[in-house]
Design a protein around this ligand. Structure first.
Ligand code: G6P
Length: 489
């Protein structure tokens, strides 16, 4: 296709996610500075050249005044981003409440919060109402910017209502929805008081995507068991209308990591780290400080390993980077204290005046420091209790082509399906098993490490984020064409 001015035609892609790919910092009444965040989704879409992508989402800040909103909208437009403004109370009810206190733990098999179990509490109902209202607000911004032929790609558990709201505006809109978390077994999903409304809202999309076949299968069985609809190999059918459901495992922009390792500043970091830890094997954990990441369980397993392996006590160090997240939610605050307490105890028990077994950081690292850390690591520990995919495991593998370190990976992370053959898979709840895998990893022979690494490196460098995004969008285009043909027939 060509546009009238001879340029190759690019389909417009409206990406709708709760969070914009930039964080906004207010510098003055009408002045903002923007920082691009380098999450998986952002790098996936930056690499996609086939589409002209625009991003619609919440800027992560409260902007109550019109002048500020106007200035921020203008600044964001230069980055092809369109803001949705949510006030503080709505953020509290929708984001902290329904999204992060109800859906997030439930989808990761941690159940509903106790006080909401009766489903009669006012907080549950008002949070659900706020969730729907926020989704409506996203929909109306999409609608304002939508042009015929655009593809609208909605992301994650924050926006399960969005497909339905969008189809109510225009039933011909091409709408895809992708979930970045696990979708739990239907037995878990059916405990949610708003279980049916949410499923129906998602089914309004043309294509629904998940990271793994298991999540897709759970979604289809929730629709059959809870809504009584028919599940087919293609998806879910409701009175002749098919919603396609499929697995699209995400990847990373592996080249970005591999190229970064060549940069002089990264090489310098690597030299410093090697010197600093020359006497020790380095183990690494990089997680958002979230209960699903299993950080306390990981620390307990490391403690058990040190207890049982006196030989290793002064020969290994665990660097745990715990990035603070959702700090307004009480559960996350409790977790921070719990983690600090365990780290303090282990360092007290096994540390000396000159060294401690755990270096724990409550902050994120910049991209270059992170790449260097990945590169010098001997053993990475990814022990999520549940995780949609877990891209830290991919990033570690991408940075390990010279070291060929070992990845210990939770069998409950989506990544276990793709990196399982190269990693040491563990049940993160089984502290004894994780402790013994630490020993196995530290003692693994070089030829076995190499074989395992090569397997995973091949996967990570061939199943990239760009390929993921292109596959989803082209499948969405095909799905809509097929649906139109079926209607004509
Ligand atoms: C997970 C979710 C994302 C979310 C990210 C960070 O990966 O799937 O949608 O953006 O966590 O969480 P936050 O609440 O800070 O956006």
């Amino acid at each position: 296709f060509e546009s009238p001015d001879g340029e190759p035609f690019k389909q417009r892609l409206l990406v709708v996610a709760n969070r914009l790919p930039v964080s906004a910092i207010r510098r003055g009444e009408e002045s903002w500075s923007l920082e691009i965040s380098a999450g998986g989704l952002v790098s996936a879409l930056l690499g996609v050249k086939e589409f002209e992508a625009r991003w619609i989402g919440w800027a992560g800040v409260n902007v109550p005044d019109e002048a500020g909103q106007k200035a921020l909208t203008k600044a964001l437009a230069e980055k092809r981003c369109i803001p949705v403004f949510l006030d503080e109370e709505l953020v509290h009810q929708y984001y902290n409440g329904y999204c992060n206190n109800i859906l997030w733990p439930l989808f990761h098999y941690l159940g509903l919060p106790q006080e909401d179990r009766l489903a009669t509490t006012r907080s549950f109902q008002s949070q659900f109402a706020a969730y729907k209202k926020a989704n409506q607000m996203f929909a109306s911004v999409v609608n304002e910017h939508y042009e015929e032929g655009d593809v609208v790609w909605c992301h994650d558990y924050h926006l399960m209502f969005l497909p339905q709201c969008l189809k109510e505006y225009d039933s011909k809109m091409k709408v895809g929805w992708f979930l970045h978390t696990p979708f739990p077994s239907s037995e878990i999903h059916r405990t949610l008081p708003s279980r049916s409304e949410l499923l129906r809202a998602v089914l309004a999309a043309d294509l629904v995507g998940f990271h793994t076949y298991d999540y897709a299968r759970h979604f289809v069985s929730a629709c059959t068991r809870i809504l009584g609809l028919e599940g087919t190999p293609e998806g879910v059918e409701d009175h002749g209308r098919l919603t396609r459901v499929a697995a699209f495992p995400i990847g990373i922009d592996s080249d970005r990591f591999i190229r970064a390792l060549e940069l002089p500043q990264v090489q310098e970091h690597i030299r410093e780290l090697k010197e600093r830890f020359s006497e020790r094997k380095v183990m690494l954990g990089v997680d958002r400080l979230d209960m699903i990441k299993g950080i306390p369980q990981k620390l307990l397993a490391f403690e058990k390993f040190l207890e049982e392996n006196a030989y290793w006590r002064d020969k290994v160090v665990l660097l745990q980077i715990a990035v603070p997240t959702r700090t307004d939610v009480a559960e996350y605050q409790k977790l921070t204290s719990q983690v600090h307490e365990i780290v303090g105890r282990i360092n007290g028990r096994f540390g000396s005046l000159s060294a401690v077994p755990i270096h724990h950081l409550d902050r994120s690292l910049d991209f270059h420091a992170l790449c260097a850390l990945y590169a010098v690591t001997d053993v990475a520990l990814v022990t999520s209790l549940r995780d949609g995919m877990n891209l830290v495991s991919y990033e570690f593998v991408a940075c390990q082509d010279s070291k060929k370190g070992v990845l210990i990976l939770s069998e409950f992370a989506g990544a276990a399906q793709s990196l399982g053959a190269g990693a040491l898979l563990v049940n993160p709840w089984n502290i004894t098993e994780v402790a013994s895998s630490i020993g196995q990893a530290l003692n693994m022979r070089a030829d076995e490490r190499e074989k395992r690494h090569d397997h995973n490196f091949y996967h990570v460098t061939t199943h990239t984020a760009q390929e993921w995004a292109e596959t989803f969008v082209s499948e969405l285009n095909d799905t809509v064409v097929e649906a139109q043909q079926r209607i004509r027939e």
